[in-house]
Every structure is written in structure tokens, then in C-alpha cells.
Design a protein around this ligand. Structure first.
Ligand code: NDP
Length: 259
């Protein structure tokens, strides 16, 4: 691609792009949807709960469409992607944001619980990325984002299944970068630090000691917001990031490097 160095701020724009954001009805996914719409994109949000999605769609406005879909229904993913592309537009940006958490000691975690986390946080990401990449590879390319976690970088107690699912995303990303770059598909992982969302508040409000430990780690001394992740997602999906692929980017107020 030849770059026009006189190009202005529009290099960060997502105008004429369509983004599919799984779990886009709440928390971080909603923050990403808002930021992408502000950057000019049309956004499709998905989740299992129609009421949540409708509420979000009302906030997000006419450039938002919603589809009820459980990402663990892996066999249905190719049909689901076709449905979106026929009803809305070809997907240029896939944000694999949907995820579930499990806070339990490893010794108390059943195999079924572990598998459930892997199904939602890892295998669905593979299925969706594969289905979208097939379409993107037939066009001019596209971008895919994964949402990792500090629990995929650090050893943290009581998140064996969740931490494993998030750490494995990095391995998946590395592999896909070697295969998808040839189709002009970029893949990056955003690692949110501690971001105020329903999932985070549920996890820490019942555990003051954990909250205190987390707070003491964050160099910038405050929790992040879904908007912080949204702006990062916009940048990584824009032409401004055209040479960035395979990166794991913490957005964490310095938590990952604060001793
Ligand atoms: P939320 O619980 O607000 O969001 C999770 C979203 O995923 C919901 O919209 C939910 O929608 C959707 N979802 C869950 N399971 C499924 C499923 N089977 N099929 C379709 N959608 C599903 O939490 P966050 O916004 O915090 O989490 C978003 C992502 O960010 C997750 O991947 C999480 O691991 C990650 N993350 C969050 C951090 C934080 O501090 N908040 C830190 C690091 C990572 P519905 O219930 O309608 O299905």
C-alpha cells in the first residue's frame, strides 16, 4: 500500500468500515462500539441477551445493528457471518470481545467449568476469526482484535481456567499472523488492565483484599474505562496501524510494569 504522507487525521478514521463486536452490548464491548461509531464505522453488536443489545443499540444509534448469537454455537458461526454480511455489509473488522470469567481455586474447578471457559473465550474466537478471515481473504483484507487479560500475562490465583483461555489467545494470534498476513489481515491483542465494567466490578467488589492488591499495582493510580479500550481498538483497526500485527498491547495504566 502506498501511503500519502499528507493524509491528515482521517488516517485514524473508520469511515466506510463495518465492525462486528462480540459482547458489544455491555462493558468493554460497548466502549469499543461507541468509539468505533465515533470514528465513522458501522457496528454490529452481538450477545445472548436481546434486551441488553436493544438497550445498547438505542444508545448507539442508527449506525448500530444487533444480532442475538451465542458464540459457543460454533457450527452456526459461518451461517451467522453470512447473515450479517447479507443484512448489513461485509465485515472489515472483527473484535473478539465476548468473554466470561470464573473465579475459583484450581482445586475446586471442575473439568466442565474449565471447558466452558475455553469454549467461550478461546474456541469461539478461533471459529469467528476463521469464518471472518475466509471472507476478508476474498476481499481487500481486514483486521481482527483479540481481548486478552492481565490473567493471561501474570500468575493470578483463582483464575486457572480464565487465565489459560486468555494466555492461549496469544499463541493463536502468533500462528494466525503467519498465515493471514498474506491476505492483508492484521491481528492484534489488546490486554485491558483493570477496567470498570460489570464483569470487573462483580469480580472485585466481593473481594476487598484483591481490590487493594490491584490498586497498589496500577502506576497511574486509577482504574481504566471501556472508552480507553475503545480508542485503542479504533487505532489498531485503522489505516494508521497498517504495519502493526501480532502485537500484545497492555492498556493498563502501567500495571504490567509497576513493581
Ligand atoms: P462484561 O461481562 O460486561 O461483557 C462480556 C460480554 O460478553 C457481555 O456483553 C456478554 O453478553 C458477552 N458474552 C458472554 N458470553 C457470551 C456468549 N457465549 N455468546 C455471546 N456473547 C457472550 O465484561 P467486560 O466488558 O469486562 O469483558 C469484555 C472482555 O474484556 C472479556 O473478554 C473479558 O475477559 C475482557 N477483560 C475485561 C477486563 C476488565 O477489567 N473488565 C480486564 C481484562 C479483560 P451476554 O451476556 O448478552 O451474552
Amino acid at each position: 500500500m502506498t501511503m500519502n504522507l499528507n493524509m491528515g487525521i482521517e488516517i485514524f478514521s473508520l469511515t466506510k468500515k463495518t465492525a462486528l463486536i462480540t459482547g458489544g452490548g455491555t462493558g468493554i464491548g460497548l466502549g469499543i462500539a461507541k468509539a468505533m461509531i465515533a470514528a465513522g464505522a458501522t457496528v454490529v453488536i452481538t450477545g445472548r441477551d436481546a434486551d441488553k443489545l436493544l438497550k445498547a443499540q438505542k444508545k448507539l444509534g442508527d449506525n448500530c445493528f444487533y444480532f442475538v448469537f451465542d458464540v459457543t454455537q460454533k457450527a452456526a458461526i459461518p451461517h451467522f457471518i453470512n447473515e450479517i454480511e447479507n443484512a448489513v455489509a461485509p465485515i472489515d473488522i472483527l473484535v473478539n470481545n465476548a468473554g466470561i470469567h470464573l473465579k475459583k481455586w484450581a482445586l475446586d474447578t471442575s473439568d466442565a467449568e474449565f471447558e466452558n471457559i475455553i469454549q467461550t473465550n478461546l474456541l469461539s474466537v478461533f471459529g469467528l476469526s476463521k469464518a471472518c478471515a475466509k471472507k476478508m481473504s476474498e476481499r481487500t483484507g481486514g483486521t481482527i482484535l483479540f481481548i486478552g487479560s492481565m490473567a493471561g500475562i501474570f500468575g493470578i490465583d483463582r483464575v486457572a481456567a480464565y487465565g489459560t483461555s486468555k494466555a492461549a489467545l496469544t499463541g493463536l494470534m502468533h500462528s494466525l499472523v503467519t498465515e493471514f498476513s498474506t491476505y492483508n489481515i492484521r491481528i492484534n491483542t489488546i490486554v485491558p488492565g483493570w477496567i470498570e465494567s460489570p464483569m470487573f466490578l462483580n469480580a472485585v467488589n466481593s473481594d476487598p483484599l484483591r481490590k487493594q492488591k490491584i490498586t497498589s499495582r496500577i502506576a497511574m493510580d486509577s482504574f481504566g474505562t471501556p472508552a480507553d479500550i475503545g480508542y485503542t481498538a479504533v487505532f489498531l483497526s485503522s489505516t494508521a496501524a497498517r504495519y502493526i500485527t501480532g502485537v500484545v498491547l497492555p492498556v493498563d495504566g502501567g500495571a504490567a510494569i509497576n513493581f
